[in-house]
Design a protein around this ligand. Structure first.
Ligand code: MN
Length: 186
C-alpha cells in the first residue's frame, strides 16, 4: 500500500494508480440517444470518450478509493461525451466529486425516478448520495476532470438503468449546452 500520488491538473493523469479504465465509443453504444449516429461514427473511428485513474490502496468497506475521471470533449451529433453512468453495487455507498478542470454536469437519478443535474466547474464539489445513479457529461471544449472519493467496496452496477429510462440528457443547442428532460419509459 502507498499513500501518495501526483494529480496532473492539466490532463488529470495520476503518476501512480492501481487501475486505469479507458472507455471508447464502441463500449458506450447503449448510452447515446442517437444510435444511428453512433454507428455512423464507428464506421471510421472509435474515439476515446473517457478515462478513469483508480487508486485503491486497500479493500473493504472502511477503506476508500479515489482518483480522477476525465471525460474528453466531443459529441455524438448534438449529445455531449459522457460516462457510462452507474449505481453502486453497495447501495449504501455515497461518493464525492470535485471538479479540477473543464466544465460539465453531474447527472443524478434516484431509484424512484427523481432526476437532477449539478453544474460543475473547477473548484466546485458535489455529493452523490447513496442509491443515486450518476454520470458526468463534458459540455466544454477541454477535458472535464473530476477527482472522486468513494468507499473501496462500492462497486459499479451499469445495467439497471437503461437508456430509455435516463431522464436528463445534455445536448448542444445553437452552440450552447442545454439540459433536456425526457419522460423515460420505465
Ligand atoms: Mn460512482
Amino acid at each position: 500500500m502507498w499513500y501518495r500520488t501526483r494529480v496532473d491538473l492539466d490532463n488529470g493523469n495520476l503518476n501512480h494508480c492501481h487501475a486505469k479504465v479507458e472507455r471508447h465509443l464502441s463500449e458506450l453504444r447503449s448510452c447515446f440517444v442517437d444510435s444511428n449516429y453512433v454507428e455512423s461514427v464507428l464506421k471510421d473511428r472509435d474515439p476515446l470518450v473517457y478515462r478513469v485513474y483508480r487508486v485503491i490502496p486497500a479493500t473493504g468497506s472502511r477503506n476508500l478509493e479515489f482518483g480522477t475521471s476525465i471525460v474528453y470533449p466531443g459529441r455524438i451529433g448534438h449529445e455531449y461525451f459522457m460516462t457510462k453512468g452507474h449505481f453502486h453495487e453497495k447501495e449504501d455507498a455515497g461518493e464525492v466529486y470535485f471538479c479540477l478542470k473543464g466544465e460539465g454536469y453531474l447527472i443524478l437519478q434516484s431509484f424512484d425516478g427523481q432526476a437532477l443535474y449539478i453544474r460543475l466547474k473547477p473548484g466546485f464539489a458535489a455529493y452523490v448520495p447513496p442509491k443515486w445513479w450518476h454520470r458526468t457529461v463534458n459540455t466544454g471544449e477541454e477535458p472535464f476532470i473530476c477527482f472522486y472519493v468513494v468507499p473501496a467496496d462500492a462497486g459499479h452496477n451499469y445495467t439497471c438503468l437503461r437508456k430509455g429510462d435516463v431522464k436528463i440528457v445534455a445536448m448542444e443547442v445553437n452552440g450552447r449546452p442545454k439540459i433536456l428532460r425526457r419522460g423515460g419509459h420505465s
